[in-house]
Design a protein around this ligand. Structure first.
Ligand SMILES: Cc1cc2nc3c(=O)[nH]c(=O)nc-3n(C[C@H](O)[C@H](O)[C@H](O)COP(=O)(O)O)c2cc1C
Length: 250
């Protein structure tokens, strides 16, 4: 039997640990994150829409992991604007119609080998409706219950330490400056809250699409009032005029 790891604060049982887990090397570690339909625009103002799910939020900042050769990454590098449209689980079929498509032309060779094809009009392909945004050029998706207009504040390279992977994936740090929601996901009796019992995100887990089940346990963290999470980016977002609805510039 291997010697137990020396830890000062807990007693480690190697036999119990070995019985509970089997060591594996999965090709991907996508344990389940919400799908985002990311709209961007190129220099000519042509809109693109791409599903992605390597995304998380801290305050009004979003972190978005994207292949550097995607049309979306190229649009973000140039124009630094996007809309994060969050589809509900009811929109799974529309999201799936965008799978294996790219706005990039020509299709990058690695993608071509995996069956990707160029699609110039992703909105039509998905059967989704573009509607104008207030502060950025890319359109919002009318059918998505949540849409967040955002600007790129920083680009963080992933796996810079490895010459084989360097430059392949970029993590875009975006600052949200408008949140729009369908009324049916709002918490009754509140001005600014989304009700997690009404909001049904579409989740991608190991390439497959899922919904969420009901709440499974009372949450101790939820005792912290949501207003205590409000950060300075919310105030900052109000300084932005409605660039495209009343003509003034950001
Ligand atoms: C459900 C789903 C989730 C995806 N998540 C990501 C992701 O997090 N990051 C990424 O780079 N590509 C992701 N992809 C693949 C992109 O959609 C794909 O690279 C696409 O070609 C990007 O489109 P674009 O080249 O027009 O930007 C996902 C695809 C699907 C269908």
């Amino acid at each position: 039997m291997r010697e137990a790891a020396k830890l000062t604060n807990v007693t480690v049982s190697t036999t119990a640990a070995e019985a509970a887990h089997t060591r594996i090397e999965p090709g991907i570690l996508y344990f389940g994150t919400p799908v985002v339909l990311l709209s961007t625009a190129d220099q000519a103002g042509t809109a693109n829409l791409a599903p992605m799910s390597s995304a998380f939020w801290l305050g009004w900042r979003g972190m978005l992991g994207l292949g550097a050769k995607s049309k979306t990454a190229q649009n973000l590098m140039r124009n630094r604007e996007c809309v994060l449209n969050l589809p509900s689980d009811a929109l799974a079929a529309a999201v799936d119609r965008l799978a294996l498509t790219t706005g990039a032309d020509p299709v990058p060779s690695r993608k071509y080998e995996r069956g990707y094809r160029h699609e110039p009009d992703k909105f039509a392909r998905a059967g989704l409706t573009p509607v104008g945004s207030e502060t950025v050029r890319p359109p919002r998706v009318a059918e998505c219950p949540v849409t967040m207009e955002a600007v790129v504040e920083a680009v963080h390279p992933l796996a810079e330490d490895d010459p084989k992977q360097r430059g392949g994936v970029l993590v875009f740090e975006v600052r949200v400056q408008r949140v729009h929601v369908h009324d049916d996901v709002r918490m009754p009796g509140t001005e600014d809250r989304i009700d997690p019992d009404r909001w049904r995100p579409l989740i991608m887990s190991f390439q497959k699409l899922y919904g969420l089940g009901p709440q499974v346990h009372p949450s101790t963290l939820a005792k912290i009032p949501e207003r205590l999470y409000r950060g300075p980016d919310i105030e900052r977002s109000r300084a932005n005029e409605n660039r495209f609805t009343n003509g003034s510039q950001r």
